[in-house]
Every structure is written in C-alpha cells, then in structure tokens.
Design a protein around this ligand. Structure first.
Ligand code: UDP
Length: 328
C-alpha cells in the first residue's frame, strides 16, 4: 500500500485530496496546524483505518514515522483576507515549511508535489497565462507575502530537484471552488453565496470588470492526482479556462440562488489582478486532463453545501480568531 502525507489536510483542497487518496486505496497521513483549516472537513475520515492525522505546524521540523511514498504540500492560507491577518505565517509556510517538507521527501525518498498558484503571475500582463510567463508581482504589496512565498517555494523545489535529484511536481492552481470553502474567508464565491443566503446585497469590488476563471474542486483534484503520477517536473497550470467578469458572475449567483439581492460596489483591493485565465495546453498534452464540470453545475453543488450550514455558522462573522497565532 502506498502512503501519502498531505499537509493542509483540514483545509479546502487538502481535505478533498485526502478523500481522493483514501478512495484510491492509499494510506493517508494528514497534517495541519488548524490555523485556517477545520477538522470538520476531515472528521468523516477519522474512522478510516488507513487515515492518520497529525496536528502539527510544518514550519517546525517535520517528522513522520515509517514509509512515505508521496508528499503533497497544501498547507497555506489562500485568501487575500487571510494574508492580511497572518502575513508572517503565510511567508513561513511557503518558505520554511516547504524547506522542511523537501528535507523530509529527501530523507524518505518520496516524490513531492507542491501547491503553487496563479498568483505567481501577479497582475498578469500576458493573457491567458501560460507556464512560460514570468509574472508581474508587487513584492511589497498586501498579496506579496503569498505571491513571493509561492515563488520562493517553486525555486527551492526546483533546486532540490536539480541539486539532489528529488522527484518533484509543481501545480499552479487557478481559482478553485466547491464544498468546504470557508464561508468567511473573503473569497468571492463564499462571499456572494453567504450574502445571498443571509439576504444581504452582493459586494462587487471595483466596477466588476476584473475577470476570473473558476475551476470545480473535483476537476482540480483530478488534475493534481494526474500530475503527481506523471513524470513531468516543471510547473503545470491546473484551472478552468472559462473566464467571466466578477459583475457577470454576481448576476449569475443572483439567478442561481433565486434571490432578489442587489449589487453594491466596494473599492477594488490593492493589486487585485484585472484578468486571469489559465492556458491549460500543457495539462491537456502532458496529463490528458481538462475540466469536466461546468460552472452552472459546480456552482449548484457548492450552493447546496452552503445551504446545509447552520444558522449559527451562516451568521458567525468569522469562526477563526487568528490573533493568538501572530505570536508564533
Ligand atoms: N471580490 C468581489 N467581492 C467580494 C469578494 C471578492 O468583487 O465580496 C472580487 C475580488 O476583488 C477579485 C475577485 O472577486 O477581483 C476574486 O476574488 P477572490 O478573493 O475570490 O480571489 P483572487 O482575487 O485571489 O483571485
């Protein structure tokens, strides 16, 4: 039986990856410090005989007993609101955390896949973004802590690959959504869905002409799985190329939720990318992967998830108190 260590296991993507690997017959070791992750996302796995969980912060030395065949490093805050609240942890998990996990992979002779991001392209001047584009990142802006941590993460991963001969994979994840997104993480999909469910107006930032391309989580996880098992060590974009402006998207959500919410406008956050669309030629050619779930189907499934939240969860302003972690 192959065993896989998944960091960020209690997070949105991490928990779906745990499900995927358990389903495919792996032994899964989940790890999370639970700053932004939530045990609720993986509690259904605790009864499974091939699932283990370590409550651990990967910015500290990481030890796992026994054989590890694969490591997937998915621990990181991943929303602009979180970067503002826990900027140092965001930098540390991408840099020190990645270093620790590369060291562990070397020790265990494991293959490691690291979660990178479309944010390495910053506010892109090239459209759509292919893996060859070097990006346009403001190093000292509010998103810089995430973007630069992820860029460093790619560099150190390639250094371990080239210098130590480590088997490495790098996925550049574009906006992904689905059940288990945190309701109040500030991202646009939970924000709009939460607002619709609470009967509030939808907050569009700027004039809403900025674009995003949303990938359903099952497609994303499938792409990551295929990349891990491929023999390709350079970065690969995984995302859905169907692009939409945020204003159009707000209108779609109003239609989907059957509410009569109005749209109100708020200032555009600093360095908010104006357009984003993955070029997935590489993923198609190398992995034979492309997304299958349409936006309408994926949004329907996601809205059903948010509809299943309790009133208390729906109206809680933020279920995480980050303040104590700022001392870490
Ligand atoms: N956005 C918005 N209203 C919100 C939250 C986000 O208009 O309540 C916009 C945000 O400015 C950005 C887009 O939606 O242009 C996607 O934001 P998100 O935080 O989901 O992801 P990212 O900017 O990292 O792609």
């Amino acid at each position: 039986m192959k065993s896989v260590l998944i960091t960020g296991a209690a997070g949105f993507l991490g928990s779906h990856l745990c499900d995927k690997f358990i389903h495919n017959g792996y032994k899964v070791i989940g790890m999370d410090n639970l700053i932004t992750g939530d045990l609720k996302n993986i509690e259904h796995l605790f009864k499974h005989e091939h699932f283990d969980f370590y409550h651990h912060d990967v910015t500290k030395f990481v030890h796992v007993p026994g054989k590890v065949d694969y490591i997937l490093h998915f621990a990181s805050p991943a929303s602009p609101i979180d970067y503002l609240k826990i900027p140092i942890q965001t930098l540390k998990v991408g840099s020190l955390g990645t270093h620790n996990l590369l060291g562990l992979a070397k020790e265990k002779k494991a293959r490691i896949l690291i979660a990178s991001t479309s944010e390495v392209y910053g506010d892109p001047l090239v459209h759509p973004q292919s893996e060859e584009y070097y990006g346009n990142v403001n190093t000292i802006g509010p998103r810089g802590v995430y973007d630069e941590a992820k860029r460093f993460q790619e560099s150190i991963t390639m250094a371990y690959h080239r210098f130590h001969g480590l088997e490495t994979r790098i996925v550049r994840i574009f906006n992904t959504y689905g059940p288990r997104m945190r309701l109040n993480d500030g991202r646009v999909i939970p924000a709009f869905m939460g607002q619709a469910l609470r009967g509030e107006d939808l907050t569009v930032f700027g004039d809403g002409s900025q674009t995003r391309s949303f990938c359903y989580v099952d497609d994303q996880v499938d792409g990551i799985y295929k990349l891990l098992l491929s023999d390709y060590s350079l970065p690969v974009n995984i995302g859905n190329p169907h692009e939409i402006s945020i204003l159009e998207f707000a209108k779609e959500i109003i239609k989907l939720t059957g509410t009569d919410q109005k749209i109100i406008y708020k200032p555009l956050p600093k360095d908010d990318p104006l357009q984003r669309q993955p070029d997935i030629t590489k993923a198609k050619e190398i992995l034979g992967w492309e997304p299958k779930v349409s936006r309408s189907e994926g949004m329907k499934r996601t809205f059903e998830y948010f509809q299943g939240l309790t009133e208390e969860e729906l109206f809680r302003s933020e279920h995480k108190d980050f303040s104590k972690h700022n001392r870490l």
